[in-house]
Each structure stands twice: as C-alpha cells, then as structure tokens.
Design a protein around this ligand. Structure first.
Ligand code: PLP
Length: 406
C-alpha cells in the first residue's frame, strides 16, 4: 500500500464516531464522501481571513478572495488536465453542470428531428435534462442498453450514430453498477461522426486519474462533494470552442459585459457561465480537497480502491445467495446487490443498526431499475479511507440479514 491508512483515517473526524454503539463504517461514498480536516479547516480559514465577494472590488480582501478563487480554477484545470483555465466553470454540482450543458447546448444546436444518445445506466441528472430538452425541441433521445454484466455494447452505439446525432451524453462510471465505460474509445468513435461527447464524471474524478485532453471529451461534469470537497461545489469542463458558442445558462451579475435598457452583452469565458455570487467558501474547500487527493496520488487511490473492490467481491460471493448487479471487469468501487428475496430497505435497516452505512433504493436510476426489473438494490461504495476489516464487518452484517429475513 502506498499510503498510511491509519494516518489517512485520522484526517477524517467523522469516521471516529460510534453509531448504535458500533464504530461507524461508511460505505455510502458514491452518494457523498466524507471531508478531511484539511477541507474543514480551509473553510474556517476562509471565513476567518479572506471572506469577501469576489471579482468586484479593488480593496485588499476582495482581491485576495478573488485570487484564491481563480487559483483554484487553475488547480482544477491541472487536476483534470484541461488546456485552459477558462474551460473550467464552477457550478453547484454535477446536476447543475449537466443542466447547464443540456439547456445551452439544446438552445444552440438542437433542432426538431435531431437525436441525442444516452444510456440506460444514467443517473437521473444525466438523463432527465436530455429527455426534457429533447421533448421541448422536438428531438429524440436514443438510449443505449447494457449486457448482463452491465456494460455498453459499442456495436450498438455505432448503429445508433447517424447523421441526426448531435451529442452523446454518457456516464464515465455508473453509480449503480460501478461499470467504467470505455469512454476514450466512445469519444473516438463519436468524433469520427463529428459528434461531441459529454461525460458525467460525478463518479469518475474521485476514483480515477482524469485527463480530459487524453479522453478528448467535449464536456466533463462533476461534483465537489463526491471528491471530499464541500457540498454545493462542482465543475463543468467544456472545450473552449463549444463554450464560446453556447449561450449563457443563467443571467445576472458577473456574467455580463455591458447592460443597456434594451439589450446586454455577455462577459468572456469563464464568467459568461457564472452568474451571481458563487460559493466562494466551498471553492476554498474544493481547493484543499484537490490538494489532498494530489498528495495521496490518484493512481494510488485507484489501485487501493481496486483492491478493496476485489476483496469485497470475493468475500461477498463466498456468502452465497447474493445477486450482484454490475459484474464488469472494468469496474470502480461500487457493489450493488440483493440478498435472496429480501427487500433492499429491510436489508439496509438491519445493516444500519450494525453501524454500517449503505445506500438502498433506486439510486436515482429508475430507468435502469426498470430495465433490471427490480425495485432497487443495496449499494456499498468504497473510498480510500475504508479497510478490508470494515468489509469483513459488512459480510457479517449480510449474514445477519440472511439469518433474520430468509
Ligand atoms: N451523476 C452521477 C453518476 C451520480 O452518481 C450523481 C450523484 O449521485 C450525479 C450525477 C448527481 O450529482 P449531484 O447530486 O452531486 O449533483
């Protein structure tokens, strides 16, 4: 192992507590990750030293807060290897980033009869905005299916692509199945047809090193809170040539250049897409989170979480009577499962009482649940602060569920 797990765990104050007299085991990382002390302290530092509205003032605090905010933009640029920092737009999360692209891209490029391709494994945040935009503009949403392992079929994608296709909007990693989609290959196929690709990176950035230039994707959207940063922060990356052409998403202060009574002109990138006062404290925390991840190293994180996933898959398979949803070899640290015929909520309640936080339900992926013909799953999702000992506890908890409910 390339980092000291005890030292890492000590950085997360919330993990030190007991739940129902059991040490907290947090396996709900796909919903939101916990925050290290460094992130919490960055927020306190911001309010104790730097707090001020940004971009508008000439006084000391305003300049300082603005510089810190813009330095974070540069830090994010480097983190995902975007070409320019003006391609990094701060939002309140992946959902807002995805809505922004759907709304602006739709207005600029989508006409009646056009098509947008997405997949059945999408989170509602990367499904409903495209569905509604297509309905509003008389376009069609084409939906890629998956095989029994939870993988997309590239031949099906090639068949769906045609002259009417305007965009592919796809998740990098499924929040339910854990499948890591072959996004680089998909982008290459799409670009042969001059079709841009948006990737929902909400589950991608926290688990894998992401290089948007290497992937060559046209948009990449993610949330801060799933990568150890505060809630209410997020990023929409877009290639400059698209961002220049897209109309603004929200209107108001900061995103304008000039306002007259009868018309307005809009600011340059990235400010054109950042109307109003942003979440400056959150971005201070986001900067600390990225620094934390860079310190550990995304390659180290990825391989440690891979080991956890393999360990958990092996131990849980040995229990017997568990049905797994998502069994691709290209998988990140998510295990969705059902225990015999038990309802996911019943299983989740028992597991919770043993101090283990797992998520139950449809995981904001109702089209996928319909496709799988199930009401939901139990989902354990791992982060770099989890341990194999915690997974052993989950295995005991599942055995307890079997004893009580089967
Ligand atoms: N996309 C995926 C794959 C997700 O897992 C999530 C959240 O679970 C989202 C989008 C939405 O993220 P947020 O609620 O942070 O905007």
């Amino acid at each position: 192992m390339s980092f000291n797990i005890e030292k890492v765990r000590a950085d997360f104050p919330i993990l030190q507590q007991q739940i129902y007299k059991h040490p907290l085991i947090y396996f709900d990382n796909a919903a939101s990750t916990q925050k290290p002390r460094q992130v919490i302290e960055a927020i306190t530092w911001y309010y104790e030293h730097d707090n001020c509205n940004i971009h508008r003032g000439v006084h000391y605090l305003s300049v300082k807060a603005t510089e810190a905010y813009e330095e974070t933009r540069e830090k994010i640029r480097a983190f995902i290897n975007a070409k320019k920092s003006c391609e990094i737009i701060f939002t309140k999360g992946a959902t807002e980033s995805l809505n922004l692209v759907a709304s602006s891209f739709g207005k600029r490029y989508i006409k009646p009869g056009d098509e947008v391709i997405t997949s059945i494994m999408e989170h509602h945040s990367n499904f409903v905005p495209w569905q509604q935009m297509c309905l509003e503009r008389g376009a069609s949403l084409r939906i890629l299916g998956i095989n029994e392992k939870g993988e997309i079929d590239l031949d099906e994608l090639k068949k769906l692509l045609n002259k009417k296709t305007r965009l592919i909007a796809l998740t990098h990693i499924s929040n339910v199945l854990g499948t890591i989609n072959p996004v680089k290959e998909i982008v290459a196929i799409a670009h042969q047809h001059d079709v841009p690709v948006l990737l929902d990176g909400a589950q991608g950035v926290s688990h894998l090193p992401v290089d948007v230039q290497d992937l060559d994707c046209d948009f990449y959207c993610f949330s801060g809170h799933k990568m150890y940063a505060p809630m209410g922060t997020g990023v929409m990356y877009g290639k400059e040539r698209y961002l220049e052409e897209l109309p603004p998403y929200q209107l108001g202060g900061e995103m304008i250049k000039e306002v007259f009574t009868g018309r307005s002109t809009f600011n340059e990138l990235p400010f054109k897409f950042e109307a109003g006062t942003p979440n400056v404290e959150g971005v201070a925390g986001l900067r600390a989170a990225v620094a934390y991840l860079q310190d550990l190293g995304m390659d180290n994180i990825s391989s440690y979480e891979d080991d956890l996933l393999k360990y958990a898959t092996e131990k849980m398979s040995a229990i017997g009577g568990i049905k797994f949803y998502g069994t691709s070899h290209h998988k990140a640290s998510v295990i969705s499962f059902l225990i015999g015929g038990t309802h996911p909520y019943d299983a989740g309640m028992i597991i919770d009482k043993l101090g283990i936080a797992v998520r139950t339900g449809h995981h904001c992926a109702m089209p996928l649940m319909d496709f799988l013909k199930i009401p939901g799953t139990v989902r354990a999702s791992f982060a770099f602060y989890n341990t194999t000992e915690e997974i052993d506890q989950l295995v005991s908890a599942i055995n307890k569920v079997k004893e009580m409910l089967l």
